[in-house]
Design a protein around this ligand. Structure first.
Ligand code: NDP
Length: 498
């Protein structure tokens, strides 16, 4: 499947319409034993079919896990540098195929082409970082308690990993799970979100082309109940790397704990941007708006609450409005669009419901929020980005994850109250602070309940720094950086007498 240089995007998407995509098990494209498939449509043009996918069941999961378990025997013995070399090739291939992957990603998920390309390049960076990590699986050496004895620690891969991802970043999230698994010597069964399985097909092709042996990475497409649940419960699955909603993360954690399987959970967020005495409101607004509305606000690390001291509120709100008005809503294929549709109508309804609840609770809609239905907008889940002000900390819109393009402004008296409000939610993923005072910045970084803190910087993360949250936002080892070693490997201590 390639995008011919001469064919238009529309022709290329049309070609895919008639295709049935299989599961990828033990290096083969296979149909589900259910005999059933389900369709996927273009996110910005709901009547355009992108292809049909396997509606898999437990039997398919079992086959994939068994293949991964068999492949683990040889993959885990391959020297780390050899595994790393495959990941470097994968990174190169992701970059080489950026156009095609970005088209597929925009079609199934809706984000703009620029955002999709950014996601593919980011996936390549993370794969490359993991390739390097495969050279650095370190242990320690300790003196013995007796003469002629020394001891050392080594790291051993844990086995088969279940990788389960949501729909908002269908390229980088699987790479974020698969690449470190491979680096440390684990094998994988991957279940994408049901609404975004298309790019996973291409990802499997690239993994095979990079030299990943049969069975090392397997793809099973299907629903959470028929694929996700048996995968989580499979006795040969030793670790579950899950990204998704907090409720589901808690459920998965309980099931895994029942048989002492490890978990790495990346869950929801309600991320604050605290604004104190920063002198350039336009610069702050630029950072906040970019972090709030990228991917149509459907990012776990989206800024969704601006907590601003009273004397700065009006000035900052004006600056936010100026910046939000620059957002151009449109489909991915429009070159000047900066915000695509939401993933689907159901999710749009949920975001709209939150705006309604906010208004009923006493918030004021300062900008946007309306559903767009005219012309090209009629075929997707489009809405204008929304700014709510007069939001108070106890309102539902201030506490619950909306996961859409809605930014809430909350006024506070001072920095002490700002910190209290920032921490007054069940989540603890990312947090930003904008201040000219070094002491305020450090105090906030120490005291805010978040896994990642950004000082005078939006909530965008790096491809090599640990990524994760506290409270209901996550549990287990942080992903992306070298913290992954804690999840994908077990420690072993060796005593040696000579
Ligand atoms: P969900 O929690 O609904 O789904 C996530 C994945 O879990 C999907 O693949 C889903 O499958 C699968 N799943 C559903 N039921 C089960 C089950 N019983 N057992 C195992 N797997 C199951 O999340 P969304 O897809 O709606 O994504 C949005 C959420 O993800 C938000 O809360 C967001 O904050 C969070 N997120 C967190 C990130 C982080 O790094 N902290 C990053 C990105 C998103 P199916 O699609 O078939 O339902």
């Amino acid at each position: 499947m390639t995008v011919a240089a001469t064919s238009s995007m529309v022709d290329w998407l049309r070609e895919s319409e008639t295709k049935e995509y299989g599961n990828f098990i033990n290096g083969e494209w296979v149909k589900s034993s259910s005999g059933k498939t389900f369709p996927i449509y273009n996110s910005a043009k709901n009547n355009q079919l992108l292809g049909t996918f396997q509606d898999s069941v437990e039997n398919d999961v079992n086959q994939a896990v068994e293949a991964a378990n068999e492949a683990f025997k040889s993959w885990s013995k391959l020297p780390g540098p050899d595994r790393g070399a495959i990941l470097f090739r994968l990174a190169d291939l992701l970059e080489k195929n950026v156009e095609e992957l970005a088209y597929m990603l925009s079609a199934e998920q809706g984000k703009t082409l620029a955002e999709s390309k950014g996601e593919v390049y980011r996936a390549a960076k993370e794969a490359r970082f993991c390739g390097g990590e495969a050279f650095r699986i370190e242990g320690s050496t300790l003196p013995g308690e007796r003469s002629n004895v020394w001891s050392s620690t080594i790291r051993k891969p844990i086995g088969v990993i279940a990788a389960i991802a949501p729909w908002n970043f269908p390229v980088v999230t699987p790479v974020r799970k698969i690449a470190p698994a491979l680096a440390y010597g684990c094998t994988v069964v991957y279940k994408p979100a049901s609404v975004t399985p298309w790019t996973s097909v291409k990802l499997m092709e690239l993994l095979a082309e990079a030299g990943v042996p049969n069975g090392v990475v397997n793809l099973v497409v299907g629903s959470g109940s028929k694929v996700g649940d048996p995968l989580v419960n499979h006795p040969l699955v030793k670790g579950i790397s899950f990204t998704g909603s907090s409720n589901l993360g808690l459920e998965i954690n309980q099931k895994a704990a029942g048989r002492l399987a490890k978990t790495q959970l990346e869950l929801g967020g309600k991320n604050p941007a605290v604004v104190l005495d920063y002198t350039d409101p336009a610069a702050v607004a630029k950072q906040i708006v970019s972090a709030a509305f990228a991917a149509s606000g459907q990012r776990c690390t989206s800024i969704s609450r601006v907590i601003v001291v009273k004397e700065k509120r009006e000035e900052l709100t004006e600056a936010l409005l100026q910046e939000i008005m620059k957002i151009k809503v449109g489909s991915a294929w429009e070159s000047d669009a900066t915000m695509g549709p939401l993933i689907n109508k159901r999710h749009l309804d949920s975001v709209q419901e939150y705006i309604k609840v906010g208004l009923e609770e006493g918030a004021r809609l300062r900008f946007g929020g309306e559903v767009l239905t005219e012309g090209e907008f009629s075929e997707g889940a489009f809405m204008k980005p929304a700014l709510l002000d007069l939001v108070t900390p106890e309102m539902r819109v201030a506490k619950e994850e909306i996961f859409g393009p809605v930014l809430c402004v909350i006024e506070v008296e001072n920095k002490t109250e700002a910190l209290e409000v920032a921490n007054n939610v069940e989540y603890g993923l990312a947090a930003s602070i904008f201040t000219d005072k070094v002491s305020s910045a450090y105090q906030f970084a120490e005291d805010v309940e978040a896994g990642m803190v950004h000082i005078n910087h939006g909530t965008a993360s790096a491809a090599h720094a640990p990524f994760g949250g506290v409270k209901q936002s996550g549990a287990g080892a942080f992903s992306i950086g070298n913290s992954n070693v804690e999840f994908f490997t077990d420690l072993k201590v060796i005593y040696f007498e000579y």
